[in-house]
Structure formats: structure tokens, C-alpha cells
Write a protein that binds this ligand. Structure first.
Ligand code: GCB
Length: 602
């Protein structure tokens, strides 16, 4: 668990951020592993950490690289850290990495959006300079999560072909930190909250490494102690509890201490929002009130940084979400940074938290096939490599996400996959196993879902029976029934929704959108114009409002974002309500007018 507790500095924990500008080298000939680049790099260039490496250089070779890239940096570890357990921790490296310190491997990790940490005590020189080399790889296959393929062109160039449209940004995407931790320490904390009228309840379970007695204290936002307890498991009560509410967050701090013979060994804080989440029939209840999701599917994506962590961007996004009247987002199509999740807790932004399982489909550009309205030819879930290695990678991704994010009040539901091809019969057995696996992992037992796509419409989906909430991505009026036919899109969508409503589960529309170039205006409207996007939204909203089982609408996408290049996309996906530099299109004002009138509850 060492990697999964966020690196907070406390009385007993020391953290140093070693992000910055590191040495960097593309492994153009795929020779670094054989030629021991782990021992030190030569002929390097420079790279920002954290950042995607793709959009920094002016060379295509960097942007479109397939395979390994190498990073190197030096760091010191203080003499006084010898008594501690010392780790290097990566917030994420996409999609996999191996870390070497002074030539020795300290950790390797698969999965591009989760933290990992390697212990350094046996490999570092305390009080002296140490060298760290990291190899990061961006390849995808049907055995990996997310899914994709590699093609080799006539000139020998290898290309990653993701089975999704967003750009396959890679690199060290989140901060790299040195951590000095006590040997006897808090290793894991679970919280479970509830309330009964004005009485709040915070259940907790703490596991520790090494001996020691656990005690906990709960503070309110003013820093006042409101409850305390002894022992590694227990339940605290709060009089006159302030609930964590969408758009109106309140966070208590659970201070966990580990002591031995009266001596403090470790201390660690967890922010706790007291709230409940439940699905009842077609209603999605937060704090026992029926909640309506308004918001977007997003991406971690911006100019130059790519998918690299950007604190200013995250704050701007929070401001825009607030302005437009949104109360929720989905972390499409991978887990976002821990800092984003902390902000969401703080701001009361409701989050559908998605694993990186995207592209579980046999063709690239699945939305294109879907748009043609045809039957899927995919055999994805019949493939042994998907059923074996792919399934294992998927379970790893779920397990790690739940571990990292289980205590966040903002997380109200887990999405296990985006648009898997559930029109195939073989997807039934696959998702039966994946859902059964995930059911036991969340101490808060939050609803589970996956996001259904257009090729598995009502009556044709083989996996929705395992989901607590039906999440639908639909493009009536864009990929199908676009242009002159758009006037019929709302009715067609409403008809499908009426089918889903008979399942007696809540329905959330997790994607609906139309590509729109900011600044193109046409009267009458045409596809790609700002007018068309607004008219398209009206058709969708008509369908949602016709169906009482619909408990939410998350437009695709919050902002324009980078994709691979090709004939379907003009320098990116332009379905944003905001441009990539976070300015509103006409549709943003249109949505604001609607969402300002829809209450969070009701
Ligand atoms: C989808 C995908 C999303 C794409 C979107 C589109 O269904 O889930 O990743 O970006 O369609 O715009 O085509």
C-alpha cells in the first residue's frame, strides 16, 4: 500500500518533490534495454517532469514515438533519512515504467495512471549524489489496459494504434517524490460514513506495518476536535454533522496516529466527507435525496503539457464547471491525478470514477463503425489473450484505482470500462467475472457501472445486467441521423431510452456531443457550426426530459482535446463546450441556461 497513500508531509513523514527538468532520450532503435542505458544515458536532450513528452519537441519523432523513452536525474538523500524507509514515488508514468537507481531496478509498474513506489534504502548512498534512470513505454495491445495495437510501416517505423480517439500521450505525467517514512507506519485506511438526522457516523479501519497502537481524532474545518477513538477499527459519531453535499462540500479530517509505548511513530490525515450513496429503483440517491448529474466527460489534456499534471488548468476547469452549473464529471477514460480528486472533494464536484479500460473493441475508430449503424464484427471478447492477460490487466487496474480513490467523498460510482463491445455474447462471461471481482473491493460498496456504446443499444447489450446504473454514450444527430436528419434524432433517442427505462435502473447519459469548430456560425445551421451544436443539444435534452429513468446528462466533452491525426478529426476532437484553451463556445452558454434551471436534487 505504500504507494497508494498520498504523499502528505506530517509530523512523521518527509516528502521532497524532485520533478523538474530531467535528461531525456528517445529509444529510436529500441536498443536501450540491451545496451544498459539503465546505468546512465548519453547524448540526451531535456524533458519536463511532469509532462507528456509528445508536444514539447518540434520533431515528429518525439510526438509519434512508439516504444521506450528514457529519463535521468540526480538526487541527494539526507544522512538523517537513514533511520527511515526511503522511497521514490511516481504519481503516474504512462503506460508502464521501470525505475533504476544507481543501476539497480527499484520498481516496475504497468498501468499508466496509478502511483507506484520503489524502496531505496539498499541502493542509495545517503548524503551523496544518486542517479535515477527511468524507462517509460507507451505500447498498447489487446492484452493491455487501455487497448490498442502496433503496426509496422514499410520504412520500418512502428506506430501505436490506440483503439480510442484521444491522443496516446505518454511520459511521466505526475510528480515524482522522495518519501522518508517511519518503519512502523500506517499502511492503509478505510472510511465509511453514514448519518442519522443530525448525527454523523465515521467508521474507520486502519492497518499498520509493524507494532503500535492506533488512535484517531476527527477535526472539523475550523480545526476543532469533534470525536476521537482508540484501536485500529471503530466508529466515531459527530453531533450536528455537516454533510458533504454536491456543490457544498464539507470535509472533516481524520488524523490517524500510530504509537508505541506512548511514543508517536506515525501520523497521517485523511479528509472525510460524510455522505451516503445508494441506488433505489431508477433513482440515484446522494444523502438519501435523488441526485441529477449535470456535467461532462472530461480529459486530462492541454496545450504543450499533453496529459501532464497542471494545477492551474485544474483550477480553471473547476471554475468553468461551477460557472456553467455543472455538478459532476466522469473521469473519462482513465483515473485523473490525485490532486484533481482532492479538488473535487473540496469543491463538492460529484465524480464517476473510470478505470483506464477503454478500447475493448476489435477495430480502431470504434465510433466510426458505430456511426454507420452496422452490426459489430468484433470478436474481441472471444480472444484468449483478452480473456486471460487482458482480464488480469483489467482487474489490476480496477484494484489499484479502488485502493487509491476509495476514501474520496466525491466518488459516487465506479465505471469499469468505456464502450466495451458488449454486443458480443462473449462479453457476458467477461463482465460477469469483472463485476464480481470489483464488488468485493470497495469498502463503501458504491454502485458499479460500465459505459455502453451505440453498437449495443437497448435489447442488444450482453453486460448491462451486471451494472447498477445504465450509462449510455449516444450520438443521435451526429454519428447517426446527422445533418438534415437531426430533427428526428430526439425522437429516436427517446424511443431507445423508453426501452432502457424498463430495466428499472437509473440511466445516466455519459456522452452526447457534436463536433463544433469555435467561430463557425451558419444560419441555417450546418454540422460543425456553433448553431448546430446548440440545436443538437436541444434534441438530446428533449429525449432526456421524456424519460423519468434518466438521472443525469454529461455532455461530451467538457473541452476540445487532442486526438491522433486523421480524416475524422481537425487537429483534435472538437465536441467541447469549451475550446482547448478553456473559453466558452455558444453551446456553453446554452447549457448554462438549462443547467441553472435544473436542481441538483429533485
Ligand atoms: C465515444 C468515445 C469517446 C470519443 C467520442 C467521439 O463514444 O467514448 O472517447 O471521443 O465517442 O467524439 O467520437
Amino acid at each position: 500500500m505504500t504507494a497508494f497513500l498520498y504523499p502528505h508531509e506530517t509530523k512523521t513523514r518527509r516528502i521532497i518533490d524532485i520533478s523538474g527538468v530531467w535528461k531525456f532520450k528517445l529509444d529510436k532503435n529500441n536498443e536501450g534495454r540491451d545496451n544498459h542505458w539503465k546505468d546512465g544515458l548519453s547524448d540526451t536532450t531535456l524533458m519536463a517532469v511532469p509532462a507528456s513528452y509528445n508536444d514539447i519537441s518540434t520533431e515528429k519523432a518525439f510526438r509519434d514515438h512508439c516504444g521506450d523513452v528514457w529519463y535521468e536525474t540526480d538526487f541527494y538523500i539526507a544522512e538523517e533519512w537513514q533511520e527511515k524507509e526511503v522511497y521514490v514515488r511516481f504519481g503516474s508514468a504512462t503506460h508502464r515504467a521501470i525505475v533504476y537507481v544507481n543501476g539497480q531496478e527499484v520498481v516496475s509498474h504497468d498501468g499508466g495512471y496509478m502511483p507506484f513506489a520503489g524502496k531505496l534504502n539498499d541502493v542509495v548512498k545517503f548524503g551523496e549524489k544518486n542517479t535515477m534512470v527511468v524507462v517509460v513505454n507507451n505500447e498498447l495491445s489487446r492484452k493491455t489496459i487501455p487497448c490498442g495495437d502496433i503496426v509496422t510501416h514499410a520504412n520500418g517505423t512502428r506506430e501505436v494504434k490506440p483503439f480510442f480517439d484521444f491522443f496516446n500521450y505518454a511520459g511521466i505525467h505526475r510528480a515524482v517524490k522522495l518519501m522518508a517514512l517511519p518503519k512502523q507506519r500506517i499502511d492503509d485506511i478505510n472510511v465509511l460514513t453514514d448519518f442519522d438526522q443530525s448525527l454523523g457516523k465515521v467508521g474507520y479501519a486502519v492497518s499498520a506495518l509493524g507494532a503500535g497502537d492506533v488512535s484517531v481524532e476527527l477535526f472539523d474545518e475550523a480545526g476543532k476536535l469533534v470525536a476521537a477513538g482508540e484501536g485500529s477499527e471503530g466508529s466515531l459519531t459527530i453531533d450536528n454533522v455537516k454533510l458533504w453535499q454536491p456543490g457544498n462540500a464539507y470535509l472533516y479530517t481524520l488524523q490517524v496516529s500510530l504509537s508505541e509505548a506512548g511514543q508517536l511513530q506515525d501520523q497521517y490525515p485523511v479528509e472525510v466527507g460524510v455522505r451516503t450513496v445508494k441506488v433505489e429503483g431508477t433513482r440515484f440517491l446522494i444523502n438519501n435525496e435523488p441526485f441529477y448529474f449535470k456535467g461532462f466527460g472530461k480529459h486530462e489534456d492541454s496545450h504543450i503539457h499533453g496529459r501532464g499534471y497542471d494545477a492551474a488548468l485544474n483550477l480553471r476547469d473547476m471554475e468553468l464547471l461551477d460557472w456553467i452549473g455543472a455538478n459532476s464529471i466522469r473521469t473519462s477514460h482513465y483515473p485523473y491525478s490525485e490532486e484533481f480528486m482532492q479538488l473535487a472533494d473540496r469543491k463538492g464536484l460529484v465524480v464517476i470514477n473510470e478505470t483506464p479500460a477503454v478500447g475493448q473493441f476489435d477495430v480502431m475508430m470504434n465510433f466510426m463503425a458505430a456511426g454507420q449503424g452496422g452490426e459489430s464484427q468484433s470478436k474481441f471478447f472471444e480472444r484468449p489473450e483478452v480473456q486471460n492477460e487482458g482480464m488480469e490487466a483489467h482487474k489490476d487496474a480496477i484494484r489499484e484505482l479502488f485502493k487509491r480513490d476509495k476514501n474520496h467523498a466525491c466518488v459516487v460510482m465506479w465505471s469499469l470500462s468505456n464502450e466495451p463491445d458488449t454486443s458480443q455474447e462473449a462479453s457476458d462471461a467477461y463482465f460477469k467475472e469483472v463485476f464480481a471481482y470489483a464488488r468485493d473491493l470497495d469498502p463503501q460498496n458504491r454502485p458499479l457501472t460500465f459505459v455502453n456504446f451505440m453498437l449495443a443499444p437497448y435489447g442488444k447489450c450482453h453486460a448491462h445486467q451486471y451494472a447498477d446504473v445504465i450509462c449510455l454514450n449516444r450520438y443521435y444527430g451526429w454519428y447517426m441521423m446527422g445533418g438534415i436528419e437531426m430533427d428526428n434524432a430526439g425522437e429516436a433517442f427517446a424511443k431507445e431510452l423508453a426501452g432502457w427505462a424498463t430495466e428499472n435502473k437509473p440511466v445516466v447519459i455519459t456522452e452526447y456531443g457534436a463536433d463544433t469548430m469555435a467561430g463557425i456560425h451558419k444560419l441555417p445551421s450546418v454540422q460543425w457550426s456553433e448553431e448546430y451544436q446548440c440545436e443538437y443539444l436541444d434534441q438530446q435534452h428533449y429525449a432526456f426530459d421524456s424519460c423519468p429513468a434518466v438521472v443525469g446528462e454529461q455532455m461530451w466533452n467538457f473541452a476540445d482535446f487532442q486526438t491522433w491525426e486523421g480524416i475524422m478529426r481537425v487537429d483534435g476532437n472538437k465536441k467541447g463546450a469549451f475550446t482547448r484553451d478553456r473559453q466558452p463556445k455558444m453551446s456553453a452558454h446554452h447549457l448554462k441556461r438549462r443547467w441553472d434551471k435544473i436542481d441538483d436534487f429533485g
